[in-house]
Design a protein around this ligand. Structure first.
Ligand SMILES: Nc1ncnc2c1ncn2[C@@H]1O[C@H](COP(=O)(O)OP(=O)(O)O)[C@@H](O)[C@H]1O
Ligand SMILES: [Mg+2]
Length: 172
């Protein structure tokens, strides 16, 4: 197959972590073009707006010339059909990710049998990093610089400083 393959790395990325960055860097070596598709998942409460998450992901991938950051709403399978891409990249950490990711991969294939999900195993350095954990540590005043790119660290610090006590309790 010689046509240019477009692969999509979808996620909430609230916020992007070093684990996400590692996956996108590795995927960018495997495929000619990667679209990071950030979702405004209605069932999840995000601390960063969609625009902020796009902006942060753009910053951390500015050196990766074949990576483009965008957003989508609605069903992922429909979005893939619209942009004519049928390769999904997902990251896998421990066993805990497997069940959900397996179900998603099968469901997406059921919705559109052209969709193939490719899993990249996390690098062992990032196996315990999740956006949720990073947010929790930041909210409680911990140091997260080993887990996220510098611009994300700065943005999270700003966010924590700007929270009123009431919102702080809600978001912890
Ligand atoms: N530390 C990590 N190492 C490798 N992959 C990761 C890591 N953290 C998250 N991922 C993967 O990145 C993708 C996006 O994750 P996330 O931002 O949580 O979005 P979603 O809401 O779709 O789960 C998922 O495939 C997830 O398993
Ligand atoms: Mg997740």
């Amino acid at each position: 197959m010689t046509k240019e393959i477009l692969a999509v790395y979808p996620g909430s990325f609230d916020p992007p972590t070093n684990g996400h960055l590692d996956i996108v860097m590795r995927a960018s070596c495997l495929f000619p073009k990667i679209i990071v598709a950030i979702t405004e998942n209605v069932s999840k409460r995000h601390i960063f707006s969609l625009e902020k998450r796009i902006n942060l992901f753009e910053k951390i991938t500015e050196n990766l010339k074949n990576v483009e950051v965008t957003s989508f709403s609605g069903l992922l399978a429909n979005y893939l059909e619209r942009i004519n891409s049928f390769i999904l990249i997902r990251g896998l950490r421990a066993l805990s990710d497997f069940e959900y990711e397996f179900q998603m991969a099968l469901m997406n294939r059921k919705l559109n049998k052209k969709i193939e999900t490719i899993f990249l195993m996390t690098d062992q350095t990032y196996t315990f990093i999740s956006s949720n954990m990073v947010k929790e540590i930041a909210m409680l005043g911990g140091n997260i610089i080993d887990f996220v790119p510098k611009c994300v660290d700065e943005e999270l610090k700003k966010h924590v400083m700007g929270l009123s006590k009431e919102n702080f309790a809600k978001q912890c």
